[in-house]
Design a protein around this ligand. Structure first.
Ligand SMILES: C[S@@+](CC[C@H](N)C(=O)[O-])C[C@H]1O[C@@H](n2cnc3c(N)ncnc32)[C@H](O)[C@@H]1O
Length: 347
């Protein structure tokens, strides 16, 4: 029954339906390094921006692009059109200036260069159940395909760090590591979770395990943070053989890459690597049990359809069921940043 007291409005429908316009405007600005350019200046005119970015559109369309970014809240502007001066908003200056360590544009760069196009085939993905990324052409498994191209490897690793760094900083400070000494991050990419755990917990020794092409990138990050004495990068395949023993085993955005059978295999490997009382931590956009709130988690799950075909994001109830079935004694959920949480199971 339609509620007669609430008038229908097309606003939300049109806002979401045209959402890709706003998305592509932001992604294009990130890709063109507009926010990095503006962070170097007090402000710039449209003419100066157009010349530096080598845009060849009409001045009117250049102003449409910059003023759309302004009305979306990503730029500040004084004056109008030819007399306008543009500068970064506080958010874009902090998070989208490539020269700052707080830059989180890695995920947005990958969204622009890979996912934006692949998501154009969401309908095909839903109809066929097939992945819609480079796997479609190459036929290789997704990580093999991504890591065979150094540019894609770097872009993917940077994207992973940028989407998770806030969560890694949060878990490193919120989780009680005092009763533990060793930490393993399985599928740890650039090693940033291990680095954050070691940085905030001086008694912890950490290992970050990933496929061989990732190891040099992790080693570079560990050296940059001067943590070579307590953080080690290990190359390995987490499906082959046992995981190295540790008091705490983490997997960030790893379980969601795989189907249920493989998820359970990986949780079992974490269980086997832990001592009694040890903790397994999954850091993901864990979906609320009623599947009504965490839209990002459900969209991330569809992103797994696009990227992996059978991977999916899950609820805490799912996590609880899988971990109990394997033998973990209890599980809790710790909210981290935005839509992400840590699902934690204790052996
Ligand atoms: C979605 S990324 C997540 C990276 C990171 N944990 C995070 O939270 O951002 C999944 C990671 O699992 C790694 N991975 C995939 N298959 C693997 C395997 N068989 N053995 C070890 N690592 C693997 C990938 O290389 C990638 O770094």
């Amino acid at each position: 029954m339609v509620n007669q007291t609430i008038a229908p409005t097309p606003e939300k429908i049109m806002q979401t339906g045209t959402g890709f316009w706003a998305s592509k405007i932001l992604l294009t600005a990130v890709n063109a390094e507009l926010f990095t350019l503006l962070s170097e200046q007090v402000s710039l005119s449209g003419k100066a921006i157009k010349a530096t970015l080598k845009f060849n559109c009409t001045d009117r369309h250049l102003f449409d692009f910059l003023d759309a970014l302004t009305s979306l809240g990503f730029l500040h502007r004084t004056g109008l059109l030819e007399h306008a001066e543009y500068s970064n908003s506080l958010d874009t200056d902090t998070f989208l200036d490539k020269k700052k360590p707080s830059y989180i544009g890695g995920m947005l760069e990958m969204m622009n260069n890979r996912l934006y196009g692949f998501w154009g085939n969401l309908d095909e993905a839903l109809r066929t159940g097939e992945a819609q990324n480079e796997v479609k052409e190459g036929g290789k498994p997704v990580f093999e395909m991504l890591y065979s191209n150094p540019l894609l490897l770097k872009e993917f690793v940077n994207a992973m760090t940028s989407i998770q760094i806030g969560n890694f900083m949060a878990i490193a400070q919120q989780f009680d590591f005092t009763k533990y000494n060793t930490f393993l991050d399985a599928g740890g990419s650039a090693g940033m979770l291990s680095i954050m755990v070691a940085k905030h917990n001086l008694h912890m020794t950490c290992s970050t395990l990933d496929l061989p092409p990732v190891e040099p990138i992790a080693n570079e990050a560990i050296q940059k943070f001067e943590l070579t004495d307590r953080v080690q990068a290990i190359s390995g395949d987490f499906f082959a053989g046992a995981l190295p023993k540790a008091d705490v085993v983490a997997m960030g955005n790893v379980l969601h890459d795989w189907n249920e059978e493989n998820k359970i295999k990986l949780i079992q490997k974490a269980y086997d690597a832990l001592p009694d009382g040890g903790a397994f931590i999954a850091i993901e956009a864990v979906i609320d049990n009623d599947r009504r709130q965490n839209a990002f988690g459900m969209m991330m799950s569809l992103n797994m359809l696009i990227e992996t075909a059978d991977g999916f994001d899950y609820t805490f109830d799912d996590f609880n069921r899988w971990t109990k079935q394997i033998g973990f004694k209890s599980a809790t959920l710790m909210p981290l940043t935005g839509p992400a949480s840590a699902a934690i199971a204790y052996k």
